[in-house]
Design a protein around this ligand. Structure first.
Ligand code: AMP
Ligand code: ZN
Ligand code: FE
Ligand code: FE
Length: 278
């Protein structure tokens, strides 16, 4: 069976590897396709799609942060990177990140960590996120893992956390659909919602035009994956899946296999492709 990974981050957002290294890693694992789904960015996909000549299929994607009683992520596939609505939205999200990040840097500087935001942008690129701050703390010896950095410093309410403005669910879904893409609810079991809230969230997403559910994901148990596949079939939604690979920023997650349990068949991508044409 040909295998794919439809949830992959590169250093265009908070992944550790460049788009080119990511694609080479995927090709080396004999994956048939990967989707590049950077947070709030599609330039990583564009960069590699323009230059890559190998046989791995590279799918354009994105991951937006939204909320419903807490964080909710929306994935988009096959969206047009040149769509003007999408470009304007990405610019305003990155501007808002910059505003939030400057505050975090200020607190770090006050605590004697020698870092400037310009240095961070130079090193990490346009989309700087909390995992990058976590990495700085790790490098400064203040924590011994990225997880500890989230628990002690950059998690919600901590010293190096500031809120950022997230788009509402409907806006994320409309942005993706408006750019010709397919909106998919990302990793529904990563949010730790009770069953009732999860059912409500699904209802809201379906009414807003979601077209798929990310059934297979590194944070889901085998039972949860089977449950989501049944839900997707029941509601006539597409099924997707991926590792959520970030390289060394999330060291326990491998490209193509997650924590060892992720198997995503190529037929799921074929269904996505058929759905764009509808
Ligand atoms: P930001 O969008 O900059 O606020 O950062 C949020 C990102 O941090 C999420 O998309 C996750 O990839 C990552 N993240 C959140 N919590 C953790 C955690 N406990 N450990 C590692 N990464 C995390
Ligand atoms: Zn990430
Ligand atoms: Fe996510
Ligand atoms: Fe992700």
């Amino acid at each position: 069976m040909e295998l794919i990974d439809l949830h992959v981050h590169t250093n265009a957002s908070d992944g550790a590897l460049s788009p080119s290294d990511t694609v080479n890693l995927a090709a080396g694992k004999n994956l048939a396709a990967i989707a590049i789904t950077d947070h709030d960015a599609i330039n990583g996909y564009c960069e590699i799609a323009d230059t890559y000549t190998g046989k791995l299929e590279i799918v354009p994607g994105i991951e937006f942060s939204s909320k419903y009683n807490g964080p909710v992520h929306i994935l988009g596939y096959y969206l047009d990177p040149d769509n003007s609505g999408l470009k304007a939205a990405l610019k305003s999200i990155v501007d808002d990140r910059d505003r939030r990040n400057e505050q975090i840097v200020k607190n770090m500087q006050e605590d004697g960590i020698s870092i400037t935001y310009d240095e961070m942008k130079n090193r990490f690129g346009n989309v700087v996120g909390r995992p990058h701050f976590a990495l700085i703390l790790l490098e400064n010896g203040m924590v011994s893992s990225i997880t500890e950095a989230f628990e002690r410093y950059v998690g919600k309410g901590m010293r190096y956390w500031y809120p950022r403005t997230t788009l509402d669910l409907e806006t994320c879904i409309n942005l993706i659909s408006g750019a010709g893409g397919i909106p998919v609810l990302a990793h529904p079991f990563e949010y730790s919602y009770k069953n009732k809230t999860l059912a409500e969230l699904l209802g809201v997403c379906i009414r807003a035009g979601i077209r798929g559910i990310e059934c297979r994901h590194s944070s889901h148990t085998p039972g949860q994956m089977m449950y989501l596949e049944a839900i997707a079939d029941e509601y006539g939604l597409l099924k997707t899946g991926g590792s959520d690979f970030h390289g060394t920023i999330k060291p326990d997650i491998s490209l193509g296999s997650g924590k060892g349990e992720i198997i995503v068949p190529y037929s799921w991508l074929e269904n996505l492709k058929k759905a764009i044409k509808k």
